[in-house]
Design a protein around this ligand. Structure first.
Ligand code: 13P
Length: 287
């Protein structure tokens, strides 16, 4: 069932576990994530960045693929189809295309503009029964080889955005997209605690899930994180498994060049990564 992320995340917040958002890139990714969620009876959020949306031939194609898979694969666990780090225009386009959830990332705007744009989208999403994620405090990452340390959000600004009626809130707490540098300072739990004290029952979102040690993930969940985004880790697992297959010369044996065979190890590697994360996040059996 394609559903908004609202119910699954309020249950997660109350039950002190987190639902994984796994970003999709193509059919194999989507099939691997949906099959794993179903096998583990876990709710799941499929994340689509604007770049991945373009790569997959547009948001309508993505909606068609995901809805078709849910029906034809007999997926009965709750699935949210969510725009990741959307622009204002991207959020509107995904809403029109049939996404069940969107993120509007206004963290790079001055707070007043972030508030104004988020507020408008809250109205639209409420009317349509969609979930909306907002962001305060930009999340760092590698850009042109320069690694940012990850911003730390102002808890008061988080409260201002949460009060607009968004469904879930992403806040920078020193987290970074992609691999973490050797000298990473770790998550700022003091900031997370301050944000959760001010925002109460609002499900908080932890971006940059790749490479955060298990103990930090558990602590973040205990402090109100109910949604954790993972992207790079599935890509690394897929690439490593595919490399192993090719380096072993398996694509040259028999019909090993058949894409259904060539992409199978990568598919299994994504499944294993998603399973490991769902177990760590505590969402297994919570569908
Ligand atoms: P990673 O690629 O670091 O796992 O981050 C994913 C993410 O936060 C998507 O919004």
């Amino acid at each position: 069932m394609l559903v908004s992320a609202k119910e699954m995340l309020s249950k997660a917040k109350a039950g002190k576990y987190a639902v994984g958002q796994f970003n999709i890139n193509n059919l194999e990714w989507t099939k691997a994530i949906l099959n794993t969620a179903q096998e583990l009876n876990s709710p799941v959020i499929l994340g689509v960045s604007e770049g991945a949306g373009k790569y997959m031939c547009g948001y309508k194609t993505v909606v068609g693929m995901v809805k078709g898979m849910i029906e034809e694969m007999g997926i009965t666990v709750p699935v949210a189809l969510h725009l990741d780090h959307g622009s204002y225009e991207g959020a509107k386009a995904c809403i029109a295309a049939g996404f069940s959830s969107v993120m509007f990332d206004g963290s790079h705007y001055p707070i007043e503009e972030n508030i104004a744009k988020t507020k408008e989208l809250v109205g639209i999403c409420d009317e349509l029964g969609l979930s909306l994620e907002a962001e305060v405090g930009a999340i760092g990452g590698e850009e042109d080889g320069v690694i940012g340390s990850g911003e730390v959000a102002d808890p008061k600004e988080c409260k201002m955005i949460a009060d607009l009626g968004v469904t879930m809130l992403a806040a920078g707490i020193g987290n970074i997209h992609g691999k973490y540098p050797e000298n990473w300072a770790g998550l700022s739990f003091d900031t997370l605690d301050a944000i959760q004290q001010l925002t109460g029952t609002m499900p908080l979102v932890l971006h940059g899930g790749t490479g955060i040690p298990a103990e930090m993930i558990k602590k973040a969940i205990s402090l109100g994180v109910s949604k954790i985004n993972v992207n790079t880790e599935c890509q690394l697992a897929f690439a490593a498994a595919t490399r192993e297959y090719v380096e072993a010369g398996k694509d040259l044996q028999g019909k090993g060049f058949d894409p259904r065979k060539l992409l199978a190890p990568g598919y299994e590697a994504i499944k294993a990564t998603v399973k490991e994360k769902m177990e760590l996040f505590g969402s297994v059996g919570k569908a």
